[in-house]
Design a binder for this molecule. Structure first.
Ligand code: DO4
Ligand code: MG
Length: 291
């Protein structure tokens, strides 16, 4: 089953199951609004609870009658880096003086983990991701996102776009937080596929397509089978000496890197598809913060 978070025409926020172009809104009684998704995700049996809600849904809406929001409540978003050889090689090229550190972290037992975003900085399907105004070389990073409970269990999966200013990271790796963390720097969606309904990792392919003025200017794909580390391994490291009472979303790193001469432009459309999850499409801004 896929869980989604929506804004209704009334402005209310709801949670439901997404399927066949419809949203089956759940009647969550008192638990509406900002934390509603976590009521299910952080329960003892998310699949069982979701199925009970689905058996007795509130309204059924056509997809067009609601706005899909990023499937996140108040979780922090973290990122894992250099988990694919392609990412390590690209970063070695962009950060000539620091190339050895990317090679070292690719093969070290301890992964690179970094803070990526608060929920407020995350955008949902159809919303705009941003290129920083002080960056002239920014790319999208399509990544499998793990949805993790406060008990550090992977309860679901969604698609993440870890927008990255390659020029800022390349100038000096100590600028990583500025290359990665800014308003509209992360997109999540379109929905969360619950753990039990997700295909095996080896069967998952991520594809990204970037359109500019109606033309495709980049297309790429990567298989999750090419990831150097396993999701459970990354979650284990993330939970070391760190607790997440609101749960956490972990982006697992990118295996798709556009050519070095490519940068996003405002107006581009970035579309990311993942097996078992669906498609997340965002325009490139900047524009004023919506939330
Ligand atoms: O080392 C910087 C970040 C790497 C990253 O975001 C990735 O590999 O996806
Ligand atoms: Mg990344």
């Amino acid at each position: 089953m896929q869980l989604c978070k929506v804004r209704l025409a009334s402005g209310d926020i709801g949670v439901g199951a997404l399927g066949d172009g419809q949203i089956h809104l759940f009647d969550l009684k008192g638990a509406v609004g900002i934390g509603a998704l976590s009521v299910i995700l952080h329960s003892e049996d998310p699949g069982g609870l979701a199925r009970r809600y689905l058996a007795n849904p509130g309204r059924v809406l056509a997809l067009d009658d609601a706005t899909l929001l990023a499937p996140i409540d108040s979780q922090e978003v973290w990122g894992a880096g250099v988990t694919y050889r392609r990412s390590q090689e690209a970063r070695g090229r962009e950060s000539v003086g620091a190339a050895q550190f990317y090679e070292l972290v690719y093969s070290a037992p301890r992964p690179e983990l970094f803070f990526k975003a608060t929920a407020r900085r995350v955008v949902g399907p159809g919303d705009s991701v941003h290129v920083r105004r002080d960056s002239h070389w920014t790319v999208p990073e399509p990544e499998l996102a793990l949805v993790i409970s406060p008990q550090m269990q992977i309860v679901g999966y969604t698609i993440g776009n870890d927008m990255s200013a390659r020029d800022i990271e390349g100038e000096n790796p100590l600028y990583l937080p500025q290359a990665k963390v800014y308003d509209h720097s992360c997109a999540l969606g379109p929905a969360i596929t619950l753990q039990e309904d997700m295909p095996a990792l080896s069967e998952i392919t991520l594809r990204m397509c970037i359109e500019r003025g109606g033309n495709i200017v980049f297309e790429g794909a990567s298989s999750l089978g090419a990831m150097k580390r396993l999701p459970d391994e990354l979650v284990g490291w993330l939970g070391r000496e760190n607790s997440f009472p609101d749960g956490v979303v972990l982006l697992t790193g990118t295996g798709i890197v556009p050519p070095d001469e490519f940068t996003l432009n405002p107006g581009d459309a970035v579309s990311i598809h993942a097996t078992g999850i669906g498609r997340l499409t965002n325009r490139v801004g900047p524009e004023a913060l919506r939330k």
